[in-house]
Design a protein around this ligand. Sequence first.
Ligand code: IPM
Ligand code: MG
Length: 368
Amino acid sequence: MIKVKKRKFLLLPGDGIGPEVIGEVKKIINWFNKNKSLDFETEEEMVGGASYEKHGTPITDEVFYKALESEAVILGAVGGPKWDDLEFSKKPERALLKLRKELKLFANLRPAICFKQLVDASSLKPELVSDLDIMFVRELTGGIYFGEPRGIKPIDNGERKGINTHVYTSSEIERVARVAFDLAKKRNNKVTSCEKSNVMEAGQLWKEEVKALHEKEYQDVELQHMLADNCAMQLVRNPKQFDVIVTDNLFGDMLSDEAAMLTGSLGLLPSASLGAKDKNGNMRSLYEPVHGSAPDIAGKGIANPIATILSFAMALKYSLDLDKEAKMLEKSVQSVLDEGLRTKDILSKGTKEVSTSEIGDAIISKLQ
Ligand code: IPM
Ligand code: MG
C-alpha cells in the first residue's frame, strides 16, 4: 500500500497551454514557500500527449506511482488534434481517466461562479447570472465512463457494434451524494440531484439512494430531484435556482460544461477531484482547470492561468486545510480583475490586455 506524503504536490503540465498555466502556479508555490514557510515539495512529470511522444504511453508507471504517493496532483490539460487518431489506450485522455479511476477520485467538484467583473462576458442576460454560484458534484469513477462490457465488436452481416455500459452501485451513489449534502450545509443548504429515472434503471436507483440517504441523515438539507434534460434547460432559464447539483459522470460532464459557459469565462473555472479520507485523515486528490488544452493558442503566452491558479487555491483548501492561504490567493485574483487586467479570452472594453505571465505576476504582487 502506497502512503500519501504530506504536502507533496505532483505537477503534471500536460499538453497545449498546460505548461504555461502550470508555470504560473509554480511561481505561486515558490512565493508561498519563501514568504509563508509552507514547505511544499513539488515534482514535475509528463502526462498525456507529451508523455506519449517521449514514452509511447500517455502515462508511465513511474509517473502513476508518483501520483499515488502525492497528497495532491495539479494537472494542466491533456489532449490535442495531433493525437486524435491514436488507438483508444494511447489517447492522452486515458492518462486522466486512469488517474481518476485508480486514485479513486470519485467526487469531482466544479464550481460555476460568475465573477462580477465579467458578468457581461456571459451569453445570458446579466441579471440572470450576476452572483451566480453553483457547485457541481460530478461522480467521477463510475457510470458509462468505466462500465463493462465495453468495446467495438463485429456482428453479423459485416456490421459492427459499439458498446458502453451505464452502471452504478448503491454505495457509489451514496458516497458522492454525501459529499454533495456536506457541501450544501456550508453553502445555501440545497441539493438538486439529476438523473434520468424516467428511462434508466440506474437513474431510478440513483434517485432512490439519494432520497434514502437524505431521509436517514440529511433532512435538514433541502433536496430536489430533477431529470437531467430538464436540468440542462433550467440552467439557461434560471440558473440561480441551484446551489449544489449532484449527478453522474456523463451528465456531470455535460451539465458542468454548460454551466461553465453561463459564467462567460471558462478560463476562470477550477475543479477538484477528491477521494475518500483514509484512517489517518489523508486523501488523494487531483486539481485541474475546467478548460482544455487549447492547442490553437498554445505557446503564445496569452493563455489565462487563473483557472489553474484557482485550482491550486482549491488544493490549499480541500487537501491541506489552508483556508486562510486559499482565501488570500482568491482575493488576489479578485483584485487583479478589479484593476482591469485581463488575458485575451476575457478582454472587454475598458480593460487592459496582459500576458499569461504578467497576470501571474500581478496576482503574486497582490499576495505581498
Ligand atoms: C472533463 C473532460 C474529460 C471528461 C475528458 C478530457 C476525458 O471533458 O474533465 O470534463 O470527459 O471527463
Ligand atoms: Mg468535459
